[in-house]
Write a protein of this length. Sequence first.
Length: 149
Amino acid sequence: MDTRQDELKKDLDAAVQARKELGKEFESELVDSFLARIDARLDARVEQRVAERLGGYGPAGAYPPADAYARGGPHGHPGRRRGRFGGAGRMPVLSLVMGVPLSGIAAGTSGFMGLLVCWAGIVGVNFAAVQAEKREERDAKDTARSEWA
């Protein structure tokens, strides 16, 4: 830690000496230059500490993928999972809301047979949505590995 402080002190002394030699007209440029060097040192120090905490992980594997929280969190905890349709209960509600006017249209134009076809389609869409959710969960479990371990 003393070497870092010594280097910082040397940089500050150099900036003060340069200010004495160049005068007040270059003061803002000297201050900006000094602050840029401090900024670079802070960035390097932060990167070093992050690298130490992450151990052997490189920058590519250091962070979880952007959608890790949507798939149940970076640690594999289920948490509140949002599916393709916004959650488990959203698709059935949407089907019922849309099923009422579709039932009226189908029954009005094609009678009972149209009503059966309409509800068969609604059931099919819900079934496909549930199967897609199950497939996504299965695939997530098969490929799940902790990005933080």
